[in-house]
Design a protein around this ligand. Structure first.
Ligand code: ASP
Ligand code: MG
Length: 450
């Protein structure tokens, strides 16, 4: 069970967490195993630590120290409110962590240098203290728990600020250090996001890495399910800012989640749950403010959701580039030359459609557009059209039901489509159209399919 920053933000949130863990244990009494709990830093804390690192880099040691003091105070208030018997011990732990952090920050401010390795040591403090507080709070609410230093379990490479797990080593450590706690019926509580290299140097998995930690621990322990507790109900059939009252997507496949995440359905980043999906462990997104809701379940194969699409998503304000070359017609190497231009200008291409003589692509980063067009002009005609958008309709059913494509196009009726693409995987249909048509188009599609 992973709880994000907003689900441990304050004493009320931690109280809800305790209720969720308690209900889970009571509902699974026969299984006689306890859940493993992975927590993020309290909401906003990692951002504050990033800002403090910045101050240290600028040599503003005094301001960094003042900010740290405020952070310490926040943790003291939360820990004091949510604990009883464990209060003195957890407060001592929190103070000690911050004292070490203050020493580190002072040294970095003197040097005016924060290396990736130092940054990891700083940022890890957020999860180290939040996990200690949650472990103590559970115990004080009569849920047997044990704090486990995630750095003794999650072994990573030395790519600081974006380290990759060593799954074999982590698996062994998880069986050694976590499995026995679980077997005793105790809730093991660990900080997400953090680990250590084989030499024991603190590392982090990159921002937002707690989901990744949860998937890693879940996979290593062969968990029945991985729950991501957050502050929304789950994945929705469309962005609520564009389509009023979208529905909750109850089940979807990992591949569908990946397609949607790309279009900004940011509930969780699918690459972070890869270890779970590789082991076929379902991942569930749940709302810690509304724990009775079913949430969204992500599995390798998706759900038996009868007929229809799974969700629609869009990406606003993209630019279409049309590239035509009669000279290069049917010449091999044309696409390579063309895409080399985008590579040279470090610009990602999103949608691609081709005909015999022309290729159309979309980009959302237009900072290097002039250079790209200049280079393309060496061997092709190229023109661009700004203020376009991509709409992506996603559903495993597109494969089996050929009528879905027709229904989608029919729903869009008179809305002019610039590009249409359906990949061989047939898991999504992509439309490129004028940005100003997006609200209307999304509503039409949503009405038709949901
Ligand atoms: N606290 C870390 C961050 O904010 C990790 C996480 O929340 O997943 O990036
Ligand atoms: Mg966070």
């Amino acid at each position: 069970m992973k709880f994000g920053g907003t689900s441990v933000a304050d004493p009320e949130a931690i109280d809800r967490l305790i209720g969720i863990v308690r209900r889970h244990i009571e509902a699974n009494l026969k299984a006689a195993t306890a859940p493993v709990v992975v927590v993020s830093a309290l909401a906003g804390v990692t951002d504050s630590l990033v800002a403090i690192a910045q101050l240290a880099e600028e040599g503003a040691g005094d301001r960094a120290a003042a900010e740290l003091k405020a952070l310490l105070e926040r943790h003291v208030v939360v820990a004091t409110a949510i604990t009883t018997e464990s209060r003195a011990r957890v407060l001592a732990d929190v103070r000690q962590e911050f004292e070490e952090l203050a020493g580190l920050v002072h040294a970095l401010a003197v040097l005016r240098e924060v290396s990736p390795r130092s940054r990891d040591a700083m940022l890890a403090s957020g999860e180290l203290v939040s996990s200690r507080i949650v472990a103590a709070a559970l115990a004080d609410h009569s849920i047997p728990s044990a704090w486990v230093d995630a750095r003794t379990v999650l072994v990573t490479d030395a790519e600081h600020t974006g380290a990759a797990p060593d799954m074999d080593e982590t698996g062994e450590r998880a069986r050694e250090r976590l499995a026995p706690v679980v077997a005793q019926g105790k809730v093991a509580v660990l900080g997400g996001f953090i680990g250590a290299t084989a030499n024991g140097i603190t590392s982090t998995l990159g921002r937002g890495g707690s989901d990744y930690s949860a998937a890693i621990f879940g996979a290593c322990l062969d968990a029945d399910e991985i729950q991501i507790w957050t502050d929304v109900d789950g994945m929705l059939t469309a962005d609520p800012r564009i389509v009023p009252q979208p529905r909750l997507v109850r089940q979807l496949s990992f591949a569908e989640a990946s397609e949607l995440a790309y279009f900004g359905a940011k509930v969780l980043h699918p690459s972070t749950i890869l270890p779970a999906v590789a082991k076929n462990i379902p991942v569930r997104i749940l709302n810690s403010r509304r724990p009775e809701n079913p949430g969204t379940r992500i599995t390798a194969d998706g759900g038996p959701e009868a007929g229809g699409l799974t969700a629609i998503a869009c990406k606003r304000d993209v630019t279409v580039i049309d590239i035509t070359s009669t000279r290069m017609l049917m010449a091999h190497g044309f696409l390579r030359r063309l895409f080399e231009v985008f590579e040279r200008f470090k610009t990602a291409v999103d949608v691609v459609t081709t005909s015999e003589v022309s290729v159309s692509v979309t980009v959302d980063d237009t900072r290097r557009l002039d250079g790209i067009l200049d280079n393309l002009h060496n061997f092709a005609e190229a023109s661009c059209e700004p203020e376009m958008a991509i709409i992506c309709a996603v559903g495993e059913n597109l494969r089996a039901d050929p009528t879905l494509f027709g229904r989608a196009v029919t729903a869009l009726e008179r809305i002019p489509l610039r590009l249409v693409s359906q990949a061989a995987s047939r898991r999504n249909i992509t439309f490129v159209l004028r940005d100003s048509d997006v609200p209307h188009a999304m509503m039409r599609l949503h009405e038709t399919f949901f």
